[in-house]
Write a protein that binds this ligand. Structure first.
Ligand SMILES: Cc1ncc(COP(=O)(O)O)c(C=O)c1O
Length: 427
């Protein structure tokens, strides 16, 4: 017997409202901020609370070196500078990504070269990335989207074999793991974002800010000279004879983080393992309940990692062919009517289809810059996997402390709508 869907006036499968119960420790945040205001410590780096936070984060991920910066994007740009990206170089980035991830490539005078994604994980495809390596390639920039870790075995292998640096975009991946190791503690260099504030913010957030980690002394020193003007002790810390000749104003850029942002991030860092752990547990519970339903395929991390949904929600691939061709938008509307928070379809931006890459853009005028002269514009059809999935990806929230019974109701909404898809066809 068919059940009446809520979109047709039937009872809702989800009756529990405002399911997330976890709340930020606002009182602790206020205390941390007030302390700095009272001390008058509102600018500075390499000392005091900012240095303590860097040391704590370095210990947490297992990195030798850790620097905080003004944003995730500026941190990634300094990481690109650190590995030697400059005018005329190419850096391979996924088209299902984010401009703020690789804008540093452009602004260093290098050219972003897009690659496709793995259809199972929606993450940077290592094989496609390797195919796009040319003599100009200086780095590959895989993204650990939503905390779901890109195939690090493959990327580090490519990096070694082909002599290119792997700059990981770990903007969403604080506490993410690969083969038992935390992101930030191995590999070449990693950039994290501290943008936003919980619940919607990055896994560790303080409004604006970023962190870069590396185990490579040369990369660390290049970041110091690039954008850490007047960092406490900077001249003493530099060991490269070329850099040692500079004074504490190094190359002039000052991209250090605001101490108030770091005070907030430091509070968030304390609850990170708990929040990540709960998000992972709740994802597994929900995915186990819906994995065998027709029409939806939960996007799972690679086998060597458990992390997912640490930022930006969980992803499902919608398969209309298993539901009589029901359009994704109709499926989403029916789920929403059941009280289930499903959004999409959409994969975010397909970066190669941005105007600057379909038309080119004279970044610095007079034909100079990475998208001028010999730049060959991209077009629709260049990345069949990402383009094919763009209208099939659905997003659902990931939960830390959902109210009792909510995940069961959420799973029930999926069961009910997929079982009764016939009632949605043709209308
Ligand atoms: C994947 C990714 N990379 C990089 C960034 C840049 O971080 P920020 O906003 O701190 O500059 C973001 C920010 O949302 C992001 O989502």
């Amino acid at each position: 017997m068919s059940e009446k869907l809520a979109i047709h006036g039937g009872p809702k499968a989800v009756t529990i409202a405002a399911p997330e119960q976890w709340q930020r420790p606002v009182e602790e945040e206020k205390k941390a901020v007030v302390e700095l205001v009272e001390q008058g410590f509102l600018s500075g780096s390499g000392t005091g609370m900012p240095k303590e936070f860097e040391d704590e984060f370095a210990r947490f991920v297992g990195a030798k070196f850790c620097l905080t910066v003004s944003q995730g994007s500026s941190g990634l740009m300094s990481a690109l500078y650190a590995v030697g990206v400059g005018p005329g170089d190419e850096v391979i980035v996924p088209t299902a990504g984010y401009l703020g991830s690789y804008c540093g490539v452009l602004h260093l005078g290098a050219r972003p070269v897009f690659c496709d994604i793995d259809p199972k994980t929606l993450l940077t495809d290592p094989k496609d990335a390797e195919r796009r390596i040319t003599p100009r390639t200086r780095a590959i920039l895989p993204i650990h989207l939503c905390g779901r870790v890109a195939d690090m075995d493959a990327f580090l292998d490519i990096g070694q074999r082909r002599g290119v640096a792997i700059v990981e975009d770990a903007a969403h991946a604080h506490g993410s793991d690969w083969d038992g190791k935390r992101i930030g503690g191995f590999g070449d260099i990693q950039g994290f974002s501290l943008q936003g504030i919980d619940l919607g913010g990055k896994p560790v957030s303080g409004g604006e800010g970023g962190i870069v980690t590396t185990n490579n002394r040369e990369y660390y020193e290049r970041q110091l000279i690039y954008c850490h003007l007047h960092r406490e002790g900077i001249v003493k810390e530099l060991t490269n004879p070329l850099y040692k000749e500079l004074d504490s104003e190094v190359l002039g850029l000052k991209w250090r983080a605001h101490p108030l942002a770091l005070a907030l991030a430091r509070v968030a860092q304390k609850s990170l393992p708990y929040r990540n752990g709960r998000r992972i547990e709740n994802r597994i519970k929900l995915f186990d309940a819906i994995r065998r339903l027709p029409g939806i395929q939960p996007v799972e991390p690679y086998a060597k990692s458990r992390a997912d949904g640490l930022y930006g929600g969980l992803k499902l691939i919608y398969k209309p062919e298993e539901l009589g061709g029901l359009p994704a938008a109709k499926f989403v509307a029916a789920m929403k009517a059941e009280g289930a928070p499903v959004s999409g379809p959409g994969i975010g931006h397909l970066e190669h289809l941005r105007t600057i890459f379909t038309k080119g853009f004279d970044l610095w005028g007079r034909g100079r810059g990475p998208l001028g002269k010999d730049f060959k514009p991209y077009k629709r059809g260049d990345f069949p996997v990402a383009e094919g999935l763009a209208q099939r990806v659905l997003t659902i929230p990931s939960y830390i402390e959902p109210k009792d019974g909510f995940l069961d109701q959420f799973a029930e909404a999926f069961r009910k709508v997929t079982a009764n898809y016939g009632a949605l066809l043709g209308a």
